[in-house]
Design a protein. Structure first.
Length: 503
């Protein structure tokens, strides 16, 4: 009886993993600890062991496939064992994760001809969705408990009611991100501008949509793929809930622009040689999250600077202290991030999440630390950072950063942060615009230390070393004055850091 190898579940928030590389070919002998393949999430790169001794009978997934957790990826059995009767049982493990091996096949199944080796496995059925109902019910409706956070976020972004997806392809029928994408492919949604302009005018939207889908004039909205555009919403509000104008009656701006291929325009390639690099794997995940963060929140950035003379002097004392005391490794970035944690106690709006229209303020500070790794940006979280001493803070943050760079972080520490600090000061950056680590309401950018001209005590020009800060906040729940007060307290802390550290 074949042993089924499933995609492991790495942490509570991981829905799928990408197979980066197969290390074993079909027909090779493996032991239980043999690494079959390397997998990658947005959080880490991990090895998948065989888990049983035998022959790798079949690789069910290819390199580059994005596979939901607990779905079968390989079959291991005895030499000469038939594969055709075990494939179906292996694929069912996604719905029954507790089952370690595939069930025995009926005797008659052995006589069934095996499919050709090149024939693809039967794809999972596309989730059923009702586009019209999904559209008119999409505003303000929450997701069911059986949907993952990423699925809910994508559904909100695309203007689709996730509750109308009958069943997901995740473990136990859970709706995951790819189910929402499949549902969107089967029916229209709304553009971001349309969602904003629609407000709560459900009646007008229903009239437009029903007229559009039943009258035969148009198929959904006038946007690409039948999506409702801002012009469609304006037309719906003008027509009222009883009906909607046909596509011909919509403003010209609502019609999608002709592509060069359909308009007859010549398509000219760029001059000179170039290289196309697909945006995939963790880079694609980062790109999607950054884009969604900007679309889902109202972000503003405030910039200021603080006197850095005492900060630099304290850093110099730490560096030259007795190594056995454990202070030599404390950096300027450590001290600034530690100061931000202490200041957050007075500013609960910045130590918060915005989830489904609710601001959730936290009593503990789980500090996200942006880390530059060979695989891309990662943000591990330092749990209950306020309870740590400066030395403990420095040591633990370096351990977290090292694990990310080496590709072996604890997946559970890569989510759940309540406020994030990102430091580009080492690159000489004087000011930048950090993007919120959604659903957080604030992120602090640390800039470099630069000399600035100031007026001295005697009124004559003097030079002062100052460190810059760039704070981005979600303006939906954090006003500019709230962010300014946080920065003012942070500047005061840094300007007097040698004193406040003694408190």
């Amino acid at each position: 009886m074949a042993h089924v190898v499933v995609m492991p579940k790495l942490g509570n928030t991981v829905e799928s993993c990408i197979i980066v590389k197969w290390n074993v070919s079909e027909g090779q002998t493996v032991k239980a600890d043999t690494v079959l393949c390397e997998i990658e999430t947005d959080k880490a790169t991990m090895d998948v062991p065989a888990g049983a001794e035998g022959i790798l009978l079949r690789r069910l997934k290819d390199e580059g496939d994005d596979v939901p957790v607990l779905e079968a990826i390989a079959l291991i059995g005895a030499a000469g064992e038939k594969v055709d009767a075990t494939i179906a049982g292996g694929l069912n493990t996604a719905a029954a994760p507790a089952q370690a091996t595939a069930p025995a096949a009926p005797e008659a199944a052995a006589t069934t001809a095996a499919p050709p080796a090149a024939a693809p496995l039967a794809p999972q059925a596309r989730p059923s969705v009702q586009p019209a109902a999904g559209f008119v019910q999409s505003l303000g409706q929450g997701a069911p408990l059986g949907a993952s956070p990423r699925a809910r976020a994508l559904a909100r972004e695309e203007g689709l009611s996730i509750g109308l997806i009958a069943e997901g392809s995740g473990p136990g029928g859970k709706i995951i991100e790819r189910d929402v994408r499949a549902a969107l492919a089967s029916g229209p949604g709304m553009t971001a501008a349309a969602r904003h302009g629609a407000g709560g005018d459900i009646a007008a939207l229903r009239g437009l949509y029903e007229a559009a889908t039943s009258g035969g004039d148009i198929s959904g909205g006038s946007g690409l793929g039948g999506r409702m555009t801002l012009a469609d919403i304006a037309a719906a509000k003008a027509a009222g809930p009883s009906g909607a104008p046909s596509k011909a009656a919509l403003p010209e701006a609502a019609a999608p622009p002709e592509s060069p291929a359909t308009s007859g325009a010549a398509v000219t390639s760029a001059a000179g040689p170039f290289t196309d690099t697909p945006i995939k794997s963790i880079r694609k995940i980062i790109a999607d999250r950054m884009t969604h963060s900007l679309q889902a929140s109202a972000q503003i950035t405030l910039n200021t600077s603080a006197p850095a003379d005492r900060l630099l002097a304290l850093r110099n004392r730490f560096k030259n202290s007795e190594p056995s005391r454990g202070f030599t490794g404390i950096t300027i970035g450590d001290m600034v991030a530690y100061a931000a944690v202490q200041v957050l106690e007075k500013h609960p709006k910045l130590n918060a999440h915005v989830v489904d229209g609710v601001m959730r303020s936290f009593s503990l500070v789980h500090l996200g630390l942006a880390v530059d790794t060979p695989r891309g940006l990662m943000v591990p979280g330092l749990r209950d950072a306020r309870a740590l001493s400066l030395r403990e803070f420095s040591e633990q943050s370096k351990l977290l950063a090292r694990s990310c760079v080496e590709g072996s972080p604890n997946p559970d520490l890569l989510s759940g942060s309540t406020f994030t600090v990102t430091n580009l000061g080492a690159f000489g950056i004087e000011s930048f615009t950090p993007i919120l680590n959604e659903p957080e309401t604030g992120i602090l950018g640390v800039d470099c230390v630069t000399p600035r001209a100031v007026a001295g005590p005697d009124g004559k020009p003097a030079i002062e070393m100052r460190i810059g800060f760039s704070l981005t906040v979600d303006h939906r729940v954090v006003d500019g004055a709230d962010g300014a007060r946080f920065l003012k307290d942070l500047v005061d802390y840094i300007a007097n850091i040698d004193i406040v550290m003694l408190a």
